[in-house]
Design a protein around this ligand. Structure first.
Ligand code: NAP
Length: 434
């Protein structure tokens, strides 16, 4: 029996478990650890609450979770409750699938002012991640600035712009819905330090902005390159730019009370304010060899909320080498050191779609198979269970999660699929393990 520990139960973790089952069938035992008592990582707390169809992929992960040879071990933090070295003593292979849950810093003056957030925190807040349930963002100013031109910037913009009714069918947590209902934000400025041809927004997600009930996207035609220049783009980018062109050409609509302004060639230089953010200072840029270069022209946008959606980094774990520049574990094709691997965003950084993690999971299992052969004779589960007993680690199983799941579904407000617990102790109580 090969003994494998996967740390992290998000998409990368589950695709890796699926790959291990394909590779060894009955000959493998997988323990999947998670800091939270609930599985599915980014699917639960990263994917936008109004994108329920994407969240449906968790049913596939559930099928893997329910197989005999895979066990969920929730509410256990590797690096705090048990070290990576200890895990390596118990399991033939330890695979870190911990994602990239921390915000990259802007590195600008004023970044720590009140009501300035990174997207990991802000998205975690509206998605009910226990670490960010108390974030308490304020929506009392009429202007919000969203920094970045990726899909997370689109998610945040859409959530800020939607009316109450547009959240029907979503699992946005009630604390966020209540705060957004009272929001006075009427202008959302989306800052891109480069131009329309350099956006990292995908067409489907960008196109959604045209169908919001009370908001309209606005693009200054001056920022758009000549239409013939779109020929150099790949088909996906071309579709995205076509949306921007349509936004630029659309007639103003008096019935839209919120405006979403795309401000291209705009690089933030400082966040201004006393205690709380009052404005963002921006430098106009131009493109030189595809890079944003400051022109020296600056201006300020008065704003009461800033969300920086500029990418994420992996959490460090003691004794695991880290690539500071890449914001992920130092690795070569998923190998960190003998018996220790990483996969998904923890391996390659925060890029690609959820589906990108599937080939990633299969690739890392190939490496594990090459290195491990018939197994290295490690004790696996019983050794972890003995240590957990000694240390008083009360882990949560998949059957416990199923009870939490049932309770969340039962607690749903009308029209919502669930009401998430946002405190770990409430999750544990719902599992009946208080
Ligand atoms: P991303 O796609 O890498 O976009 C980050 C954006 O931040 C880029 O526009 C980047 O501009 C900008 N940026 C970086 N540093 C900056 C700085 N110092 N100042 C100003 N702007 C800065 O990252 P993301 O939006 O966080 O998304 C992460 C991954 O999740 C992506 O693969 C994304 O597609 C995926 N995702 C998918 C969905 C979906 O499919 N529905 C939803 C959410 C996320 P430059 O290009 O100039 O560097």
């Amino acid at each position: 029996m090969r003994q494998i520990a996967i740390v992290g139960s998000g998409p990368a973790g589950y695709y890796t478990a699926e790959a291990a089952l394909k590779q060894w069938g009955e000959g493998v035992s997988v323990d999947m650890f998670d800091t939270l008592p609930v599985p599915f990582g980014l699917i639960r707390t990263g994917v936008a609450p109004d994108h329920q169809s994407i969240k449906g992929v968790s049913r596939r992960y559930e099928a893997t979770a329910l197989t005999e040879n895979v066990r969920f071990v929730g509410n256990v933090m590797i690096g705090r409750d048990i070290s990576v070295t200890e895990l390596q003593d118990f399991y033939d292979a330890v695979i870190l699938a911990t994602g990239a849950p921390n915000d990259r810093k802007l590195g600008l003056p004023g970044e720590d002012l009140s009501n300035v957030f990174g997207s990991a925190a802000f998205v975690g807040w509206y998605n009910g991640h226990p670490n960010f349930a108390d974030l308490d963002p304020r929506f009392s100013h009429d202007t919000a600035v969203v920094i970045g031109n990726g899909n997370v910037a689109l998610d945040v913009t859409r959530i800020l712009a939607k009316a109450h009714e547009e959240f029907t069918g979503s699992d946005i947590v009630t604390h966020a819905l209540t705060a957004l209902d009272a929001s006075r934000v009427r202008r959302i400025v989306v800052l891109g330090r480069r131009g329309p041809h350099q956006i990292a927004m995908t067409p489907k997600e960008l196109g959604e902005l045209a169908h919001l009930a009370r908001a309209r996207p606005l693009v200054d035609p001056v920022d758009l390159p000549g239409e013939s220049e779109d020929a150099v783009l790949d088909p996906g980018q071309r579709k995205s730019v076509a949306h921007l062109r349509a936004f630029a050409a659309a007639e103003p609509r008096a019935d839209r009370e919120i405006v979403i302004e795309f401000d291209f060639f705009a690089s933030p230089k400082a966040i201004i304010g006393d205690q709380r953010v009052e404005a963002v200072e921006i430098e106009r840029t131009r493109l030189v060899d595809g890079k944003a270069v400051g022109t020296g022209e600056t201006y300020r946008i008065p704003a009461g909320l800033v969300v920086a959606c500029i990418g994420y980094q992996t959490s460090k774990i003691p004794d695991v080498p880290f690539d500071e520049k890449g914001g992920r574990f130092a690795n070569v094709d998923g190998r960190i050191r003998p018996g220790l691997y990483c996969v998904g965003w923890a391996r390659r950084g925060p890029t690609g779609t959820i589906g990108t993690n599937r080939p990633d999971g299969f690739a890392v299992i190939e490496k594990v198979a090459e290195d491990m052969g018939d197994g290295t004779g490690k004790p696996g589960r019983p050794a972890f269970d003995a240590l957990a007993g000694k240390r008083g680690i009360h882990y949560v199983k998949f059957t416990d999660w199923q009870k939490i799941d049932e309770a969340e579904i039962a607690n749903a407000r009308q029209g919502a699929p669930r009401e998430k617990f946002v405190a770990v102790e409430h999750m544990i109580e719902a599992a009946g393990r208080g």
